[in-house]
Design a protein around this ligand. Structure first.
Ligand code: NAP
Length: 391
């Protein structure tokens, strides 16, 4: 966080005059954004489908170039002693043409205090591994204790991790010297888990309190969990919609509210994992889920403005994801959509990077940004895309 830099004026003008002008300008002058990520490790459960999708790379860079909005430099992350790990470099450069420049070293996440929700499976699990690889101190949460324990063991593996002596009910600390199943070494300085059910009104605050107490503060709150839903026409079940709203939306609000005082102190970040379905005009078969994601996007976009208006140092990133190959998503859409899923490990990396760069909005994979542009510019194509995406 502390190594992010932005040229003066980049924030205001860059975020107001958005995509079309920048995109066109960069196409004309061939000044594409160059970004690179070098890390030799593969996450323990990185999907074999972690292919590069080369065809989309150029376009993705174009879109990224047009959408990158730079924030003020982030605060320094406290580094705890004994945190020397392998150096991995995460670098993102702004367009030379716009005179902006942003660099972010992954080393800046070393020692960062991170709470990731919904981290027992899917993208949340991959997020935990990403932060761990970058040497952060991670608290993960979800409902299933046995799965959380496995993830935290993997995240902390083979590192001289401090073992927390304090074992609280329904929470555990896992140290790097714990025996673990095979897999590449990660590097969390600290990996703790705490179970919590986000359908209740008490657990969101309890989980945040646990993280703040155990880590001595908080630098990143990563909101990622979602409740169960099916990919089918709405059955008329109002009770399910209400329950899903509680898990997917209201608990996000509660978690953010509980974490904000600590994030204000640390000049930290809220990172919201959201979906294209919360941006794009409604698509069939996901009415309750789509409603919750629209609520999330609406609430947190508004909060972004309010934080900016009161000159808060807390950054808020909303990451818009397309179809990702998590087990739960694949179960739902298998045989029902033509949309190609992208790897969860890459999606997680994208989210970590966007949060670390304090971007306001980020899109993964590349086509999600294009789809959002088409939504507003070409309603005819929008409808064609929607109707041809599902069987
Ligand atoms: P997932 O695999 O279904 O994981 C959901 C996580 O939430 C699990 O860790 C689950 O763990 C936890 N969870 C469920 N109910 C909970 C509750 N009541 N309280 C606390 N935790 C609960 O989801 P995913 O596919 O990785 O998606 C992660 C995020 O990415 C979501 O915000 C989703 O909207 C977004 N996204 C995903 C896709 C995609 O195609 N996968 C696309 C766009 C956006 P427990 O069961 O142990 O509680």
């Amino acid at each position: 966080m502390g190594q992010i830099t932005a040229a003066p004026g980049a924030e205001g003008a860059g975020s107001l005059i958005r995509t079309p002008v920048n995109l066109l300008r960069n196409v004309i002058f061939h000044k594409f954004t160059v970004y690179s990520f070098s890390s030799s490790d593969e996450g323990p459960r990185q999907n074999a489908a972690s292919r590069s999708h080369a065809g989309g790379v150029l376009l993705e860079r174009l879109l990224r170039c047009s959408s990158m909005r730079l924030e003020r430099p982030g605060p320094a992350i406290p580094r705890s002693s004994g945190s020397r790990g392998q150096t991995r470099v995460l670098r993102l450069q702004g367009s030379a043409l716009t005179g902006t420049r942003a660099t972010c070293s992954a080393g800046s996440l070393r020692g960062a205090r991170v709470l990731v929700t919904g981290a027992s499976t899917g993208i949340g699990e991959q997020l935990a591994y990403c932060y761990a690889r970058l040497g952060a101190q991670v608290v993960i949460t979800a409902r299933r204790e046995n799965v959380l324990q496995q993830v935290s063991v993997l995240a902390a593996r083979r590192v001289g991790v401090k073992r927390s002596s304090q074992v609280r009910p329904r929470s555990r600390a896992v140290s790097g010297d714990s025996p673990a199943p095979g897999g590449p070494a990660l590097g969390a300085q600290k990996a703790l888990y705490v179970t919590g059910d986000m359908a209740t009104t008490s657990d969101p605050s309890r989980v945040v309190k646990f993280a703040v107490d155990e880590l001595g503060g908080l630098d990143y709150l990563v909101l990622n969990h979602i409740g169960r839903y099916s990919f089918s026409p709405w059955s008329g079940d109002v009770h399910h919609v209400r329950g899903l709203m509680e898990v997917n939306f209201l608990s996000y609000v509660q978690l953010a509210s509980a974490a904000l005082p600590s994030l204000e102190k640390s000049k930290g970040s809220i990172v919201v994992v959201s979906s294209l379905l919360g941006e794009f005009p409604p698509t069939p078969f996901t009415a309750p889920y789509t409603a919750t994601k629209f609520a999330v996007n609406g609430f947190f976009c508004t909060l972004q403005h309010e934080l900016a208006m009161r000159s808060s140092d807390v950054s808020l990133t909303i990451s818009i994801l397309g179809l990702v190959d998590t087990e739960s998503a694949m179960e739902k859409v298998s045989g029902r959509t033509r949309v190609v899923p992208y790897p969860a490990g890459e999606a997680a990396l994208h989210v970590v990077r966007a949060g670390s760069l304090r971007q306001k909005e980020s899109f993964y994979p590349w086509y999600t940004h294009l789809v959002c542009l088409v939504r507003d510019w070409c309603p005819f194509f929008r409808d064609v895309i929607i109707r041809n995406s599902y069987y």
